[in-house]
Design a protein around this ligand. Structure first.
Ligand code: AMP
Ligand code: MN
Ligand code: MN
Ligand code: MN
Length: 279
């Protein structure tokens, strides 16, 4: 069997559309041999994912995608291959999730202020667990009621920094996120670096800081990276000595969004992150 690592994906344990067991089955169908479920700020899907992966015949790698803010920029740090019972990691994520519902209330008030009431109630209907409420659930509700034609439009006009439905939130710090992952014997990875609104100089400083804290890898190839992003971040991986990760960032079967296993191959000279995970 050929190897295909997909090290970034979501289920209904956070803002994905399929339950963890269905993601496991789909990963196997799509030819993924090693699969990481990386739900936002939670490990809640991993038990079911483990059992389903065994049945489907894929190797599960424990994953999580941690929301942080670094110098006012929201960033995501993926943790891979950690001990999922580690209390420091679990407690850190518990506290982090605790803020989501409070943020969602403030977002809903912001929408009410511009004449769109009841958005929190609507968004919550799309979330399996209220403490996982995400901007993605807000976007689904606003599309559902016909205010916008797609989620991208909602994000562009309402849910991005500076837009009326966006509220600042105190997520984890970079030190906290990397610290929790390393304490639990995991590997810390910068998620989709091509997506952040940072200058080149800022990105350099961010990657230096991440490396100094013990960060080991960056996603070079992922569902949202263009070929230019892949080339650029491959070069950054070489320059900083990072291992390279890859993953679809699958959230569900939706037109225009990446399916499991859908991303460009890594340039062959890079050190794949799975070498650090024992593969
Ligand atoms: P949150 O963690 O609540 O801030 O929500 C962030 C989530 O929204 C991301 O994990 C994506 O799933 C989703 N998202 C962010 N930007 C977009 C976009 N432009 N289009 C669709 N979904 C997006
Ligand atoms: Mn998401
Ligand atoms: Mn992300
Ligand atoms: Mn993601």
């Amino acid at each position: 069997m050929s190897l295909l690592f997909d090290l970034h994906s979501h289920s209904t344990a956070s803002d994905g559309l399929l339950p963890p067991a269905a993601v496991a089955a789909r990963a196997a169908e799509r030819g993924v041999s090693h699969w990481a479920l990386t739900d936002h700020d939670t490990l809640a899907g991993l038990d079911v994912a483990r059992a389903a992966a065994d049945v489907a015949g894929v190797r599960l790698i424990h994953g999580v995608e941690i929301s942080i803010v670094w110098e006012d920029t929201p960033i995501h740090i993926v943790g891979l291959g950690f001990d999922r019972a580690h209390s420091g990691l679990r407690e850190g994520l518990d506290i982090l999730r605790g803020g989501r519902l409070a943020r969602a209330r403030r977002m809903s008030e912001a929408f009410a202020d511009i004449g769109i009431p009841g958005v929190l109630e609507g968004a919550l209907r799309h979330a399996e667990n209220p403490e996982q409420i995400s901007r993605a659930h807000f976007a689904r509700y606003l599309v559902e009621i016909g205010l916008f034609k797609d989620k991208g439009e909602v994000f562009e006009h309402y849910l991005s920094p500076g837009k009326p439905g966006y509220v600042q939130h105190r997520w984890a710090s970079l030190d906290e996120a990397v610290g929790w992952i390393l304490a639990a014997n995991g590997v810390a990875v910068v998620a989709h670096p091509g997506r952040y609104r940072m200058s080149g100089g800022q990105m350099q400083r961010f990657l230096e800081t991440f490396k100094d804290l013990g960060g080991a890898a960056i996603e070079v190839s992922c569902g949202s990276h263009t070929p230019d992003h892949v080339r650029h971040f491959a070069q950054q991986a070489r320059r900083f000595g990072f291992h390279a990760s890859q993953g679809s960032d699958f959230h569900g079967v939706e037109s225009g969004r990446p399916d499991l296993g859908m991303f460009a191959p890594l340039p062959e000279d890079l050190k794949p992150v799975w070498r650090l995970l024992g593969y």
